[in-house]
Design a protein around this ligand. Structure first.
Ligand code: DHB
Length: 299
């Protein structure tokens, strides 16, 4: 078991915010498959249809997606959270987004009644106009949005950071100064793919967020830097698809790992990774996962 920001997780794996978190039923399925926690798809202040197709493509090195933050808005999604909560004890974290602090507060307050274990602020969507691409790179916005949500809710607030910045430590510190209980790193890396026959960018939105194995080394470095710069826990996400990846992320400084792209290969990934970590700890003679968190900073 691991405890992060006062929440107990039966193992250090969680579903990352994304496509598998769009309904209560899919979140429940992932929880039943062994995830230590589940994070919803990001929910906003108004219903949003999202970007035109194609909105997700598979590349050799991962996925490129620009869904466009499709969601039914907080007024509809509270029922989805209630569905998961009524079927499992696995903590449900509500990912939320908005264009400014008022939006974030409105969504957080609107979902509070469904009692998520924590809120994860998506200030880092790489492409949705007016949302993460602009606010998550601005230390003042990150600090003020974080502070506003922390004031408005009485559960932990996690802030998901973008790697599309020169200095992720500065953004992490802004979240910490705003009162964040943890940071989550990284959201997707901005990317593009072009069809060479037509010359058109393939995604309907032209560009999107890259996830999967290609981004793992970027995520490891960001987690490593944040662990060094901050006093709050860092939750690692980006290209984790094996228990070895999870151990590496934890050695960089992650208290737990989130898994997104690799879930599309198998829903058993959470229990596979959790047992792989356990066996590794036993094999190496560690008594607890705490023994490997940030280990790479000590050697
Ligand atoms: C979307 C949101 C994200 O935060 C991200 O990293 C990639 C895609 C989206 O809904 O388009």
């Amino acid at each position: 078991m691991v405890t992060i920001t006062g929440i107990d997780f039966k193992n250090p794996t969680m579903l990352a915010s994304g496509i598998m978190g769009t309904t209560g039923a899919s979140l429940l399925r992932i929880a039943e498959c062994g995830a230590g926690g589940v994070v919803t798809k990001s929910i906003g202040p108004e219903p949003k249809a999202g970007h035109p197709n194609p909105s997700m493509i598979k590349l050799e090195c991962g996925f490129l997606n620009a869904m466009g933050l499709p969601n039914p808005s907080y007024t509809e999604f509270d029922n989805e959270i209630k569905t998961v909560r009524s079927g499992t004890d696995v903590p449900v974290i509500a990912s939320i987004f908005g264009g400014n602090a008022e939006d974030f507060v409105k969504v957080a307050e609107g979902l509070a009644d469904s009692e998520p274990a924590a809120f994860e602020l998506n200030v880092s969507c790489p492409h949705a106009e007016g949302y993460g691409a602009t606010i998550g790179t601005d230390t003042c916005m990150v600090e003020s949005i974080t502070a506003a949500v922390c004031d408005a809710v009485d559960v932990p607030v996690w802030v998901k950071l973008t790697p599309n910045v020169t200095d992720i430590k500065a953004i992490g510190k802004a979240a910490q100064n705003g009162g964040a209980d943890a940071v989550v790193a990284i959201n997707t890396l901005r990317g593009m793919a072009i069809d060479i026959n037509s010359g058109y960018p393939i995604l309907g939105n032209r560009f999107g967020g890259l996830s999967g194995p290609a981004v793992k080394p970027v995520a490891i470095k960001c987690v490593y830097d944040l662990y060094e710069a901050l006093d709050i826990p860092v939750i690692g996400v980006g290209g984790v698809s094996t228990w070895e990846d999870a151990v590496e992320m934890m050695m960089a400084g992650a208290s737990a790992v989130q898994i997104g792209s690799a879930v599309h290969e198998s829903v058993d990934i959470f229990s596979d990774i959790a047992s792989g970590i356990e066996l590794f700890l036993q094999d190496k003679g560690y008594s607890d996962v705490g023994d490997i968190i940030g280990l790479s900073h000590e050697v």
